[in-house]
Design a protein around this ligand. Structure first.
Ligand code: FES
Ligand code: FES
Length: 237
């Protein structure tokens, strides 16, 4: 006796339009192999489809550069690039990265040679505790590629998905400006605009004192903005 296979239910819209919907193969609920490239190395990781990219990297692959700050898309500490686009590792499912190239903070340097953004962070004292720094660095590299570096307000807005609880924001912006200006051959390099304590910059959005975490949250959208986050960054603006 032939066993009748039940036809998969089509979503309402496709049903209404009388067309079949092409569905990706269903995965799970058990573990599946996900092949991806991490910092230039081809890797395969076996995870349940519910596992985030952040957990796959940190817990399954031993890639601990991306940090788990909030695990709910609010802090940016887990920022990595997938095919060159910054996403939040905690809100990105590992299975969606099949065949993709993932770049973490560990993949920014060229061997022993630091990425210019990493050098600029050091030169500008752009971190204190460093927990947010891997995400800040990845985000800054992507930001420079995206071209959202016109002025401090633009840099701040497009970095606003990366929270630094030490409020190193003026220094982070100075580091980004430095790389931007050197890349663009701008003679007015911004090195030195931040004092030793990193508190002399008064011309950012909101002026002096605008870079406390509270002011940062006040001055810029609660939504971290496109590209700083994973699933909720669909579409540019
Ligand atoms: S861990 Fe905070 S946004 Fe991902
Ligand atoms: S350097 Fe401390 S939270 Fe960013």
């Amino acid at each position: 006796m032939t066993r009748q296979t039940s036809r998969p239910r089509l979503p309402a819209q496709a049903r209404r339009e009388g067309r079949e919907e092409t569905r990706p193969p269903e995965l799970g609920p058990g573990e599946v192999d996900v092949a991806l490239t991490v910092d230039g190395t081809a890797r395969t990781v076996r995870v349940e489809p519910r596992v985030s990219l952040l957990d796959a990297l940190r817990e399954r692959m031993g890639v601990t550069g991306p940090k788990k700050g909030c695990d709910q898309g609010a802090c940016g500490a887990c920022t990595v690039m997938v095919d060159g686009r910054r996403v939040l590792g905690c809100l990105t499912l590992a299975v969606t990265c099949e065949g993709r190239e993932v770049t973490t903070v560990a993949g920014l340097a060229d061997g022993d040679r630091l990425h210019p953004v990493q050098e600029a962070f050091i030169a500008n004292d752009a971190f204190q505790c460093g927990y947010c720094t891997p995400g800040q660095l990845v985000s800054a590299v992507a930001l420079l590629e995206e071209g959202h570096t016109g002025d401090d307000a633009e840099i701040a807005e497009w970095m606003s998905g990366n929270i630094c609880r030490c409020a190193a924001y003026p220094n982070i912006r100075a580091a980004i400006r430095q790389v931007r200006d050197r890349r663009d051959g701008n003679a007015a390099d911004t090195v030195g605009t931040v004092g030793a304590a990193g508190t002399t910059e008064a011309s950012g959005p909101g002026g002096a004192g605008s870079d406390t975490p509270a002011a940062h949250a006040r001055g810029f959208p609660a939504d971290p903005g496109p590209d700083s986050v994973g699933p909720r960054t669909e579409g540019d603006r």
